[in-house]
Design a protein around this ligand. Structure first.
Ligand code: GAP
Length: 488
């Protein structure tokens, strides 16, 4: 999908009521989004499927819902106060503030003087040298320093000449300063620093601090998991790419507690299960991959982390992280709170600190993935389609009278009323039948039911499939069973 297709997806999402820019009538509020009638249903479906697969259908996982505001010491213990930071630089010329790695990295070869730059993860060079870079990737600009020049082959000849502002191009920047990504607010009436608290940047810590409460109340034995979904907030510096990275978003997190010696085995199991989960949402397997974090990006507490990545219109990017976090989280809270967050091992007759395998997914990224993967343009039939899997589709079927006369609307209304208590359905009698089909194709509605003159004769209706355009005639008494069958 080209960049312009991403723009088309954005405008479809607005037109059909999936996603709106926050505070649009005031000019919009940066990287915050509102979800409209179809958007909110899609999100509920994503979360319900996740909850059902992770919690309801498993005996070894229980759910919880912790508060967004937590004791400030939580963030000291978790390491967020110290480590949840980005290095920021200011451009002295145009005053633009940006993440250091988002600057334009200008390189030069000390032997042949060839110059190239890395901008937004892309290598830019003069046309005549472009083929020299065919085999290189620009994901880590610093790794180019001292490498062999791809043009003259001179070893260790590449050096970083300058870092420039991505907005105005000036190489006149301040030294980097660390900027914490947590949103600050104040607890109670006092505005002083003693009352400073943070909006949670992840839901996971709410689970760790409740480890004893949940484990005791639910009488869980290792291995077991605690899951929750909820809002998280990060004062992201680089947003962009629609709802991919926003400042307010929703997570679906599972913390699975295991004996430390079993963490590798459970990490493997969860990686496989989570990749499979996305495939079962109907996402094209060719657009999904697993990527292991290298040593340099691995969080200090994690032994290993694998991202499930999706091939978004702007490139492969993280959809979810699955990490073997060892005993770090519980041990940190034990050390900072003085509370024993341990498991009594009956066999060994001693307390152990469980290790944790985490699956951390984003509702918003899953939603963007579903929309991007589902969007296509059917040129032959002049329509834009969202081929969302029926089980995820916000509206399962639309009911139309072919024309607004000859008793068809009355039959259509009855059918609609019967279906409505069982499935999310829509009634539409405005405009030509072709336009009504197209509206539902764009909205991602998998089935359209049309009542025509034959319905009056033999009680049958047509059911049209959004993706294949196949139409079958079904007796009106059997519509619900037919739809339920197809949605399954
Ligand atoms: N507890 C671990 C944790 O929070 P993370 O990789 O920082 O790990 C996990 O975030 C997931 O949360 C990401 O894979 C993504 O789906 C979602 N996420 C993180 N930051 C986000 C943002 N700014 N906007 C939207 N989703 C985000």
């Amino acid at each position: 999908m080209s960049r312009s297709k991403m723009d088309k997806l954005k405008s479809l999402a607005k037109r059909r009521g999936y996603i709106f820019q926050s505070s649009e009538i005031y000019g919009g509020f940066g990287s915050c989004y509102d979800y409209g009638p179809l958007g909110v249903e899609l999100r509920r479906n994503i979360k319900n499927i996740w909850w059902n697969d992770i919690v309801t259908s498993r005996a070894d996982v229980v759910g919880m819902d912790s508060s967004i505001l937590m004791h400030p010491k939580v963030w000291e213990a978790s390491g967020h106060l110290e480590n949840f930071t980005d290095p920021l630089v200011d451009c002295k010329q145009c005053k633009n503030r940006f993440r250091e790695d988002k600057g334009v990295h200008k390189f030069k070869c000390s032997n042949c003087n060839m110059k190239f730059r890395i901008e937004n993860g892309e290598i830019k060079s003069r046309k005549q040298y472009r083929e020299c870079f065919d085999d290189l990737s620009a994901s880590e600009p610093e790794s180019y320093i001292d490498s062999t020049c791809p043009r003259c082959d001179e070893e260790e000849s590449i050096y970083l000449d300058k870092i420039a502002c991505p907005k105005c191009g000036a190489a006149d920047l301040t030294e980097p300063k660390m900027f914490n990504l947590m949103f600050k607010t104040h607890y109670g009436a006092s505005q002083d620093s003693a009352h400073e608290i943070f909006l949670r940047p992840e839901t996971a810590q709410g689970i760790f601090v409740n480890y004893n409460n949940v484990a005791n109340a639910a009488r869980q034995k290792l291995p077991f998991g605690i899951a929750q979904t909820g809002k998280a907030f990060r004062n992201e510096i680089t947003t962009r790419n629609f709802i991919f990275r926003s400042r307010e978003f929703e997570q679906m997190e599972l913390e699975f507690f295991v004996r430390p010696e079993n963490s590798e085995e459970w990490h493997e199991k969860w990686i496989e299960a989570r990749l499979q989960w996305y495939k079962e949402l109907g996402i094209d397997e060719d657009n999904l991959q697993l990527r292991e974090h290298g040593d340099e990006e691995l969080a200090h507490y994690a032994k290993s982390c694998i991202d499930v990545e999706y091939k978004f219109p702007f490139g492969w990017s993280e959809l979810e992280g699955i990490a073997d976090r060892q005993t770090y989280d519980l041990q940190q809270h034990i050390d900072h709170s003085g509370t024993k967050l341990t498991y009594y091992d009956q066999k060994e007759e001693r307390h152990i600190v469980p290790a944790v395998v985490e699956s951390s997914a984003g509702v918003d990224r899953t939603m963007l993935t579903i929309l991007a993967d589902a969007y296509w343009e059917d040129e032959e039939n002049d329509r834009k389609v969202l081929s969302i899997a029926p089980k995820l589709a916000p509206v399962k079927a639309a009911v139309f009278p072919l024309v607004n006369k000859e008793g068809m609307p009355e039959i259509a209304r009855d059918i609609f009323n019967d279906l409505q208590g069982n499935l999310p359905v829509k009634y539409d009698d405005s405009g030509s039948i072709g336009r009504r089909y197209r509206r539902q194709d764009e909205a991602g509605t998998p089935y359209c039911i049309t009542i025509d003159s034959q319905t009056k004769e033999d009680g049958t209706v047509t059911i049209r499939d959004r993706d294949t355009l196949d139409q079958v005639r079904v007796h009106k008494e059997n519509i619900l069973a037919e739809l339920e069958d197809r949605i399954e």
